[in-house]
Design a protein around this ligand. Structure first.
Ligand code: 9MR
Length: 389
């Protein structure tokens, strides 16, 4: 079943679109780079970004700055397939201020420049998080030797300085990342403790909005896809933020999916957050599965697993397509070699979570996504009888 759908997908994308290189230009959107270069960007008409353009959906990717520029294939795919980029690591506090008081914006600036050249929008990731903090601030995100007053002043300066530095260049900012635990309780981070509650979140959104009023400001988290204590807690919390007129524009659903768990109630969750008057986005999608031991960490142990992965990718995209307020769909990288999954989930081993294999060749999951986008963009109008006939 899935296999035949796949071959139809490849066929229809080719027949409909011809795979011809088109010249496309990105439309002006809030937060888009003001000074776009005049050089036209060429990308294939059957690329994910071109297909997304036809319905106003940005298709993004996390970008590994160790590869961008130095790895030719990686760089070409980043430019040709995606209309939005997210720095996988280089905008995190640990990397922008490794030494207290000394910023290093260089790798992030390089990504922003690449995005301008290639007419891509940037998802800024992430301003307030407990993980990947500089060691001078906290080594684990939960404990610190700094006082509460110092922490408050440091977070304010960090948010203001970083948002100002990138002012006008960021489409969506992940202002706060992962502030809730799976049981729905607020995570007891250094920020939570310093404020004695979740007040740091409203403060961060206000500081970010002052520094760049045009950027779309997001709360971003994982497992919001599943209806349950965490999703419910974040739903209630962002509803409160809206009621308090805190400048929050959207909620990011990370979408780190795994074939061993059932597919989540994603569309309904996207929709209920959107119904609060928020934009939504899928921000870090990957679909992992059990794989062989090293060195074959991206070879599924079950040869049927890729069929389940195709289905999960397709349903994740369709959930976004079905919700008008879902403005971007971003896989967390595109080559299995560069994915965080095998290094993180190694007992038992998991991997093979992305759309391209270790040789940067598109996998069947890529063609399924391509087909879904092609059909979404090019579906003919129905002429048959409507409801009631
Ligand atoms: O992919 C990122 C990896 O390279 C880092 O080592 C890791 C550190 O925690 O962060 C990964 O990205 C995370 C993202 O920033 C927030 N959501 C979860 C992602 C996967 O851990």
């Amino acid at each position: 079943m899935v296999r035949s759908a796949l071959s139809i997908g490849v066929l229809s994308a080719t027949v409909l679109l011809g795979g011809v290189a088109l010249t496309n230009s990105a439309s002006a959107e809030p937060g888009a780079a003001a000074a776009a270069p005049s050089k036209a960007v060429r990308y294939p008409a059957d690329s994910l970004r071109a297909l997304g353009d036809r319905i106003g959906l940005r298709i993004g990717t996390a970008v590994n700055m160790d590869e961008l520029g130095s790895n030719t294939d990686y760089t070409k795919i980043t430019a040709e397939q995606f209309s939005s980029v997210t720095p996988e690591n280089v905008m995190k506090w640990q990397l922008v201020e490794p030494t207290r008081g000394t910023y290093d914006w260089a790798p992030a600036d390089r990504l922003v420049a690449f995005a301008k050249t290639n007419k891509q929008l940037v998802r800024g990731h992430t301003l307030v998080w407990h993980s990947q903090l500089p060691t001078w601030l906290s080594s684990d995100g939960y404990t610190t030797t700094l006082s509460n007053d110092e922490l408050k002043a440091l977070l304010k300066k960090h948010v203001q300085d970083q948002v100002k530095h990138f002012k006008g260049d960021i489409w969506q900012w992940d202002v706060v990342n992962e502030a809730f635990d799976d049981d729905g309780k607020p995570r007891q981070t250094v920020w939570y403790k310093a404020w004695g509650g979740l007040g740091y979140i409203a403060d961060a959104f206000r500081w970010a909005h002052e520094a760049d009023p045009k950027a779309l400001l997001f709360y971003n988290d994982y497992n919001l896809e599943f209806t349950g204590p965490k999703s419910n807690a974040v739903y209630d919390f962002v509803k409160t933020l809206k009621a308090q007129r805190v400048p929050i524009d959207g909620v990011g659903f990370q979408g780190h999916l795994d074939t061993q768990y059932g597919f989540p109630d994603l569309q309904n969750n996207l929709q209920r957050f959107a119904d609060l008057g928020l934009k939504v986005a899928e921000t870090e999608v990957d679909v992992r599965t059990f794989t062989q031991a090293a060195p074959n960490v991206n070879t599924p142990t079950d040869p049927l697993a890729p069929y389940a992965q195709e289905s999960y990718w397709s349903r994740a995209l369709k959930a976004c397509l079905a919700v008008r307020e879902c403005i971007s769909f971003t896989p967390w990288g595109f080559g299995d070699t560069y994915s965080w999954i095998p290094g993180w989930f190694d007992n038992p081993q998991e991997g093979a979570a992305l759309l391209y294999d270790a040789d940067l060749k598109p996998k069947s999951q890529y063609y399924v996504i391509q087909q879904d986008l092609a059909l979404a963009a090019g579906a003919p109008r129905r002429n048959g009888p409507g409801a009631g006939h």
